[in-house]
Design a protein around this ligand. Structure first.
Ligand code: ADP
Length: 890
């Protein structure tokens, strides 16, 4: 029996061989001398075999042992696509080449207006559906190791360790050959060649086991057929629902799986290769599946009960003591699993770095440093880290799920997951009306339903509690994961595929029909749908020396003189050219394009270089992309413009308020000096007369009384002044308590008149308006009276007519009452009439009785009462108009 050590040695040698092949192929491609064989369609066809993973290599037999011929759908799906839909594939490949597509996420995002949201969404979907699949591969390698280990008790085999080292080794391989260099078209000759070699190994291994089983164990074709008939497989009944669904899922996954897209579209060097592949790949699938049923039937027959059917392929040769064959089978399984993991990790890492890491890195970086610099290293690091992260996820998933049965169903589950891309993909290729919103909505809804109805239930216990599975979340029956909307008679896979793909397609179509595509989306749509009319072939620049100067001038304009000079000098050194300008080699032009695109956007950079080197004329698409970018820049600059206007506005407001503050401060100073002045006058006379009273010893009584009266008057004046100032300050600071009630205007006027004129020797003759005053107001009567008193007092004081008369007339509109106080004096000069409401304003101080605060207080009071006080020059004298709102709402 082969020891585990021998197995590991063979395994390492095999890996070394793969490394060697990959390395040689990569080197040959790099030196541009890839031989005929490397470009042959056979390599392409063989590389498609990464479709057959460890799951198909080992699992197909297990599948057949459990569910009979249903396993064949896994092979029939791709066969159908290859034979009947190869023209569709050709379109896909052509689009991929003409648009320089790097992944399926890139393809869909390019089709739907270069939408990064869509790309991120697809990348997440791809990672979620591929991670368990990678774990499944790790499991198949580990299980096959374990079989050997079981036969070799001295091995000291540890499952956990093995998985870990296998994952590390695969990550190293993918990093080494998947990210060795960045190529504009993302081709990895080394990996593809190694994958092709692995395709041969797995085919040979399965065929060898098959032949051994049929002729070595069963004893010929007829005997084998008899054994099949006798086994459970012979009694297998077709289940049309499941059969159709798995067939459809396999066909869909064949196009949508990120790794399949990688080898079929991204790595395709020549679309004519599809011709051979269209019949040779189905043939490959036929050969690889040819012996699945015999192996399953014979395995069930010869192996002890309870043997894991997933490992029959390996267990039969081991059981029969065929060490060399077992070793070959092991390598076959190893090949299937490794090639899948490597290509999947490469494809996913491209998506992750291009659509998630790089956009965020660029955004973060551009906000801190200048926009130039070689992003190549960053991309490589991002890719490598992404590969490590993906392998890490696969490993983690394996450890957390504990391997075993939970993984067995994952293959089909993953197929259903990636199939969610199908509507958007096919729609994008054939329907110009398909829109980004439609794709995004469809994929999201399909993804969510798939996770809920298939992935979570498939991942085993605990993820969805038993009562959710049986009764639905919160007891809502129609939300049961495997019986959505009460559809409970279906097989879980059929059920999930029906709901997820059905709603995905429906929503995709409906939203597409309802939303309007952006111009770039429409153009891309046309480019995709009519790719054969539009495609231009691969875009590689080639320039002549004469154009180097033009390129230099253009770069100087865009990058700035010194930066452009440095970039060109650097390139010249790289090329080893002495003096002058570097040669515009394709590599240099590509670097220059990238450098320029950092400053002016990818589309504009591409168009400008295209103009100069003339390798391709500027297409409508290029122009649209430029326009799109320009629109973005315009939008950005208009935003800046609005911001700067806003800033200017704020500055102006600040300036205004600053001026106001200065004015207020000046007013305050003036006010203080006025107040102190007003206070000083009465204070001085009070002091003077009180000193006389104190110091003059013999004073006549009459004098004493006179002086005391003066002191009394002055202190009254002082008190009045202080009262006024206090009142004004209370009013100005809005601290007044209004006492609103319903009053009759006539009463207020009568009270004011009485207060103002009682005790006056010759009171002014007041003429009232009689009935018109009988009107109700809702206001603060005391405050209103205060205003009236002030006006009447002023008329009394300042009306210089021989026979002073004050006419109080009342008018009202629907909302307002106007009360005019018109006297027959000289009035106030026009230029001074606006000043009378200012504090301390006295037009004629000589006959002043007050400090000039009265009207200022009136104005404040009226403001509080929501009314107004104005001055009009009247034919007969002055006219003060007080306006009060009738419907007071304070
Ligand atoms: P004062 O305390 O001086 O009365 P006011 O603010 O009440 O202060 O009045 C300001 C100035 O307006 C008065 O000094 C006076 O010169 C002028 N004034 C007010 N009412 C009249 C009027 N009816 N006729 C002429 N001048 C008036």
């Amino acid at each position: 029996m082969a020891s585990l050590n021998a197995l590991i040695l063979v395994c390492l040698l095999y890996v070394a061989l793969l490394f060697g092949v990959a390395f040689l192929a990569d080197r040959a491609a790099l030196q541009g001398r890839s031989g005929k064989w490397m470009k042959s369609p056979l390599i392409y066809t063989l590389s498609l075999s990464i479709y057959c993973t460890g799951w198909t290599f080992y699992g197909a037999v297990g599948y057949a042992a459990r569910s009979g011929l249903e396993f064949a759908t896994i092979y029939l799906g791709p066969t159908l696509i290859m034979i009947s839909w190869w023209w569709g594939l050709r379109k896909l490949v052509r689009v991929g080449r003409s648009q320089r597509i790097t992944s399926i996420a890139d393809l869909l995002s390019a089709r739907y207006g270069k939408s990064n949201a869509l790309a991120i969404c697809i990348t997440l979907l791809a990672v979620v559906s591929t991670t368990p699949y990678i774990a499944l591969q790790l499991q198949s390698i580990t299980l096959s190791f374990e079989i050997f280990a079981d036969a070799d008790p001295t091995s000291g085999f540890s499952e956990q360790n093995t998985v870990f080292w296998v994952a590390c080794g695969l990550a190293a391989f993918a990093i080494l050959f998947g990210t060795r260099n960045l190529n504009a078209n993302e081709r990895h000759h080394g990996v593809v060649t190694a994958v092709a070699l692995e395709a041969v190994v797995k085919l040979v291994a399965l065929l060898a086991v098959g032949i051994f089983v049929v002729w070595g164990i069963a004893g010929g074709v007829e005997a084998t057929l008899a054994q099949i008939d006798a086994s459970a497989i012979g009694a297998w009944q077709v289940m049309p629902g499941r059969w159709t669904t798995t067939l459809f899922l396999a066909a869909a996954a064949f196009i949508c799986l990120p790794r399949m897209f990688q080898v079929m579209v991204v790595e395709n060097v020549d679309e004519r290769h599809l011709k051979l592949a269209s019949w040779a790949f189905p043939l490959y699938l036929l050969l690889i599946s040819l012996f699945v049923v015999p192996i399953a039937a014979v395995g069930l027959h010869v192996l002890p009960d309870g043997a894991n059917p997933d490992l029959f392929v390996l267990a039969i040769p081991m059981h029969q003591g065929q060490d060399a064959l077992a070793m070959l089978v092991f390598l076959g399984g190893f090949s299937s699993a490794t090639s899948m993991v490597i290509v999947a990790a490469m494809a996913l890492s491209t998506m992750m770095s291009n659509h998630i890491v790089m956009p965020y890195w660029l955004r973060y970086r551009s906000s801190r440093v200048s926009v130039s610099g070689d992003v190549r290293n960053v991309v490589l690091i991002a890719r490598r880290l992404s590969i490590a992260a993906i392998m890490g996820l696969g490993y983690l998933y394996y450890v957390l799920s504990g391997g075993g049965t939970a993984l067995a169903t994952i293959g089909l589950v993953a197929f259903a997951g990636v199939s969610q891309l199908l509507p958007a993909l096919v729609g994008g290729l054939f329907w110009r009306g398909a829109t980004r919103n439609g794709a995004l909505a469809g994929i999201t809804i399909g993804f969510v339903i798939w996770v809920y109805s298939l992935l979570l239930p498939a991942l085993g216990d605990g993820l969805l509690p038993a009562d959710v599975m049986e009764q639905g979340p919160w007891g809502v029956g129609w939300l049961r994961p495997q019986a959505l909307f009460g559809l409970h008679s279906l097989d879980p896979i059929v059920h999930a595929a029906f709901w997820s793909l059905g709603s995905n397609t429906l929503i995709f179509c409906l939203v597409s029909l309802m939303s309007f595509p952006s111009p770039i989306e429409r153009l891309q749509g046309a480019q995709f749908v009519h790719v054969f009319e539009h495609s231009t072939g691969p875009r590689g620049w080639t320039g002549s020396v004469a154009q180097a100067e033009d390129l230099m001038v253009m770069s100087q304009r865009i990058l700035g003189a010194s930066e452009a000079q440095a970039f060109f000098d650097d390139e010249r050194n790289r090329q080893g050219v002495r003096g002058g300008l570097p040669e515009p080699t394709p590599g240099f032009l590509e670097r220059l394009e990238r450098e320029l695109s950092a400053s002016i956007g990818a589309a504009a950079a591409h168009a400008m270089i295209g103009q100069i080197v003339g390798g391709s004329s500027v297409s409508v698409e290029d122009l649209m992309a430029v326009a799109d970018e320009t629109a973005q820049i315009l939008e950005y600059s208009s935003k800046l413009e609005t911001q700067s206007t806003e800033l200017a506005d704020t500055a102006r407001q600040l300036r205004d308020s600053n001026e106001k503050l200065t004015q207020i401060s000046a007013q305050k100073d003036a006010f203080l000096s006025q107040v102190s002045h007003e206070l000083r006058t009465p204070m001085t006379s009070i002091r003077a007369f009180s000193e006389i009273l104190r110091d003059v010893e013999q004073m006549q009584e009459a004098d004493q009384k006179r002086y005391a009266a003066i002191i009394h008057d002055e202190s009254l004046r002082l008190t009045r002044l202080l009262d006024d100032i206090l009142d004004l300050s209370v009013l100005e600071h809005g601290q007044v308590q209004l006492n609103l009630r319903s009053v009759v205007l006539a009463d207020v006027l009568t009270r004011a008149q009485a207060t103002a004129l009682t005790g006056i020797a010759q009171p002014i003759d007041v003429k009232r308006d009689g009935d018109r005053e009988e009107i109700k107001l809702f206001t603060d009567a005391d405050r209103l009276a205060q205003v009236f008193i002030n006006i009447i007092t002023n008329a009394q004081k300042y009306c210089d007519a021989e026979k002073p008369v004050l006419k109080i007339s009342v008018m009202h509109t629907t909302d307002w009452i106007h009360i005019d106080f018109i006297d027959n004096g000289k009035g106030i000069d026009k230029e001074q009439s606006q000043l009378v409401f200012e504090k301390f304003s006295r037009i004629r101080p000589e006959n002043a009785g007050g400090a000039g605060l009265g009207l200022a207080i009136c104005r404040e009071v009226m403001q509080r009462l929501n009314g107004e006080i104005e001055y009009f020059a009247h034919t007969t004298g002055s006219c003060f108009r007080v306006s009060v709102p009738i419907h007071q709402e304070i």
